[in-house]
Write a protein that binds this ligand. Structure first.
Ligand code: PLP
Length: 393
């Protein structure tokens, strides 16, 4: 039978059956508008508030601090533009890193066009920012630090609690894009001094098209959507009730038994990280060797094109990604791999395998069986590889 193995869980995850079951009643049966005062309206409202409590609990926040959004991208846009607008009297300087998701980077570029100034912190070869650089870049007019919790391409986990402590010390707000981190590592917004956070349901077994922004009490980003009084009159529009219910259920399931689930993912990840270089020469692991997401594997393979590798994997029933899903289809190498210092030609030959709850050790066996042959076949077509392998002989 033809194999079908999904190893692109950082791009999206399948909706869990329990999540779908929780959502279904809110599509046809409990269809009321949460703003209506009669029974089915109140039922919908109660379901939205229960979901808000679940999201709050998962990150140790207060339900009043959770705002539902249309996706992770929207949460990033709202947190960043909303603080920029709310704090423009204090200053117009924002600090970020070079390896953020485009939802953050392109939002900041739009603010630069409106007169804001952005400092893009460098990262080291493993993708970590330097806390000294961060301190040095804070100015009296700095209004926001936005650094992702964990990187979507190379899996590196940033020192979030330390960044939060520095932000607090200097009285600057701290936003983190935790879209990849929720459901993979523990997040406690109080302990980590996080002021604003973005998350997205479809990255942890929930439906696509729903996310949330956490904004600490007294930290109020400007109104994002004008209209009705939904989301405390800051994000108008009738709530996506079934999806919000799905987000609540998904975050509850994803953060339950996190240690146990993450140990399973780490075991599969570490097998790939150990055995790929044993089976394939001229490879390099990208990202941090230890501080990395439990499901993330990212390798560069010299002498091959990432796109060709993806096509060959697809022909063998393996769904994977080069860099991030958002940049595949474009010929520019990933901004993340370039920021880690990889030369263009090596950044082009990279592969991300992101493992999720649906994967088993059989999937890992299969990858380890087919990947070496695929890489060898592609290298056999490369004139550069021919030259190098001759020189080695
Ligand atoms: C997927 C992702 C986003 C975007 O989330 P959407 O819900 O797809 O808009 C933002 N940041 C990171 C780090 C992501 O991985």
């Amino acid at each position: 039978m033809a194999k079908s193995i999904y190893l692109d869980n950082s791009a999206t995850t399948p909706l869990k059956k329990e999540v779908l079951d929780a959502m279904m009643p809110y599509l046809c049966e409990h269809y009321g508008n949460p703003s209506s005062i009669y029974k089915i309206g109140r039922e919908a409202k109660a379901a939205v508030e229960t979901a808000r409590e679940k999201v709050a609990k998962a990150i140790n926040a207060d339900p009043k601090e959770i705002f539902f959004t249309g996706c992770g991208t929207e949460a990033d846009n709202w947190a960043i533009k909303g603080i920029a607008l709310a704090k423009e009297k204090k200053g117009k300087h924002i600090i970020t890193s070079k390896i953020e998701h485009h939802a953050v980077l392109h939002t900041l570029e739009s603010l630069e066009k409106q007169g804001y100034e952005v400092t893009y912190l460098e990262v080291d070869e493993y993708g970590k920012i330097s806390l000294d650089d961060l301190r040095a870049s804070i100015r009296p007019d700095t209004i926001l630090i936005t650094i992702m919790t964990a990187n979507n391409e190379v899996g590196t986990i940033e020192p979030i609690a330390e960044i939060g402590a520095i932000a607090k010390e200097y009285g600057v707000l701290f936003h983190t894009d935790a879209v990849q981190a929720i459901g993979s590592i523990n997040i406690d917004v109080k302990e980590m001094n996080i002021d604003l956070l973005s998350l997205s349901a479809h990255k942890f077994g929930g439906p696509k098209g729903v996310g949330a922004m956490f904004a600490r009490r007294n930290v109020l980003p400007a109104v994002f959507m004008h209209g009705g009084a939904q989301e405390r009159a800051r994000r108008a529009g009738t709530e996506n009730v079934s999806s919000i219910v799905g987000l609540g259920k998904a975050i509850e399931l994803a953060t339950n038994n996190l240690e146990e689930k993450s140990a399973k993912l780490c075991a599969m990840r570490d097998r790939l990280i150990k055995e790929i270089p044993e089976k394939i020469p001229f490879v390099k692991l990208n990202g941090h060797p230890i501080d990395r997401l439990p499901g993330n594997v990212n390798f560069s393979f010299n002498f091959i094109e990432g796109e060709a590798l993806l096509l060959m994997l697809d022909l063998n029933g393996i769904a994977a990604s080069s860099g991030s899903a958002c940049t595949s289809g474009s010929l520019d190498p990933s901004h993340v791999l370039l920021a880690l210092g990889l030369p263009h030609e090596i950044a082009h030959g990279s592969l991300r395998l992101s493992i999720g709850e649906i994967n088993t050790s059989d999937d890992i066996d299969y990858v380890l069986e087919v990947l070496p042959n695929i890489v060898q076949r592609l290298r056999d077509m490369s004139p550069l590889y021919e030259k190098v392998s001759k020189e080695l002989k």
